[in-house]
Ligand binder design. Structure first.
Ligand code: RFL
Ligand code: PHB
Length: 400
């Protein structure tokens, strides 16, 4: 898409670095309100469209996709879930999200699919996305006329803009462009990872199952009624060669408990990978004319299914602030962006950290701490108040 034409572009209102969910969603939120942007992405379109990542959309994320009209396939193919199950030592109970939150659900729809839909919308609507932009660099961010440069097909591109949105993920160039003295970071790296497997078999349950087992955490998730996504807690240095599919299925059957095991359909994996778990926040999310959003500014462990949804809430706040600026010339909302976004981010960080602690085996999980985990899960099972707390965090706190 848009290759020769867009490399000639020289001026836009908002330059967006990164074509992940944050960047692509921000572009459409701005477009429907008449603000121009260009997305610069270092990878190819095929690479971006095939990355397997998150799978659960909060109601607020679904609402944003509805609002920008990039929702037809999600509404057709997405699976609405009104609850999920928690398992501890084969004792399983359901958290009825819909009932506990007064009617809220989550939508199971892969990040891969959402990304494809947003790229297709960009193509149809003519909002430029430049893939394979190498060596993206930010310039003049602390002045009045910032600009971005890159290389593509042996040519130098240069884009002057009013603002830069750094939506380029944890390893991107945007956060690194901010002087260290102006940024405070908070971090926790967990001493384990998630071994993920994708297989074209029907899920073992119609909803997700999160399991605390003495051998470690397990999660049964899905992408559709015929495609399953499973995870096992595993050491970060795990050798995938030691984990042939049969061993993974056997381990999932043990950790997820007998009811799930009885319904589990096994099949060849079509993807297998290990991802690390990290909590990370960089403050503030603004440096002069650069605004960070999504993984560029923060990371959560995936246990709460919050990473993608936080990217969406950030760009919702950022688009509102940019639209207020273009509407009235006032920078008040832009000045408030970082504080507003961080208030919601820290609560999602807390929930993701807590849910990880409740369900995983840590190197220092001795017999006493495991009893504490089991007692807490048992309390949640029996207490509606505790379940409401879990449910309202899981479906997503308000976008206020
Ligand atoms: P993304 O999705 O990382 O997108 C950033 C984009 O920026 C591009 N980029 C650059 N472009 C130009 N110049 C540069 N210098 C650039 N550097 C990077 C990248 O190629 C990419 O296209 O960030 P965004 O948009 O903020 O979205 C965040 C979500 O993707 C993320 O929070 C979740 O996927 C996190 N996450 C998961 N979250 C869940 O809720 N459930 C999961 O199961 C789950 N699994 C995962 C994950 C993240 C992973 N990462 C980051 C390694 C599994 C993995 C492997
Ligand atoms: C997924 O389906 O990839 C998934 C679902 C729920 C999570 C994390 C990942 O908490």
């Amino acid at each position: 898409m848009k290759t020769r034409e867009t490399t000639r572009l020289s001026r836009t209102q908002v330059a967006i670095i990164g074509a992940g969910p944050a960047g692509l969603l921000l572009q459409q939120l701005l477009h429907v309100a008449g603000v121009e942007s260009v997305v610069l992405e270092q990878r190819s379109r095929a690479y971006v469209e095939s990355r397997i990542r998150a799978g659960v959309l909060e109601q607020g994320t679904v609402d944003l996709l509805d609002r920008i009209g990039v929702n037809a396939r999600m509404r057709r193919e997405g699976l609405v879930h009104g609850g999920f199950s928690l398992v501890a030592d084969d004792d399983r109970f359901r958290v009825n999200l819909r009932d506990l939150t007064g009617g809220m659900n989550v939508m199971v729809y892969g990040q891969t699919e959402m990304t494809k839909d947003l790229i297709e919308a960009a193509e149809l609507r003519g909002t430029p996305v430049i893939f394979e932009a190498e060596g993206v660099a930010l310039h003049g961010v602390d002045g009045d006329r910032p600009f971005v440069t890159w290389r593509k097909d042996g040519q130098e591109g240069r884009l002057v803009c009013d603002f830069i949105a750094g939506c380029d993920g944890f390893h991107g160039v945007s956060r690194q462009s901010i002087p260290q003295r102006d940024l405070t970071t908070y971090e926790r790296v967990y001493p384990f990872g998630w071994l993920g497997i994708l297989a074209d078999v029907p899920p073992c349950d119609h909803e997700l199952i999160y399991a605390n087992h003495e051998r470690g955490f397990a999660l049964a998730s899905m992408r559709s009624e015929t495609r399953s996504r499973y995870y096992l807690q595993a050491p970060m240095d795990v050798n995938l060669a030691d984990w042939p599919d049969e061993r993974i299925w056997d381990e999932l059957a043990v950790r997820l408990g007998p009811a799930a095991a009885a319904n589990m359909r096994r099949g060849p994996s079509i993807e297998k990978s290990v991802a690390g778990l990290r909590s990370f926040v960089a403050e503030p999310m603004r440096w002069h004319r650069l605004f960070l959003a999504g993984d560029a500014a923060h990371i959560v462990p995936p246990t709460g299914a919050k990473g993608l949804n936080l990217a969406a809430s950030d760009v919702h706040f950022l688009s509102e602030a940019l639209l207020a600026y273009y509407g009235s010339g006032s920078t008040n909302a832009l000045d408030a962006y970082s504080g507003r976004a961080l208030k919601r981010i820290w609560k999602a960080e807390r929930f993701s950290w807590w849910f990880t602690g409740l369900t995983h085996r840590f190197p220092d999980t001795d017999a006493f701490s495991r009893r504490m985990q089991i007692a807490e899960l048992d309390y949640i099972k029996e207490s509606r108040a505790a379940q409401v707390t879990v449910a309202e965090n899981y479906v997503g706190l308000p976008l206020s």
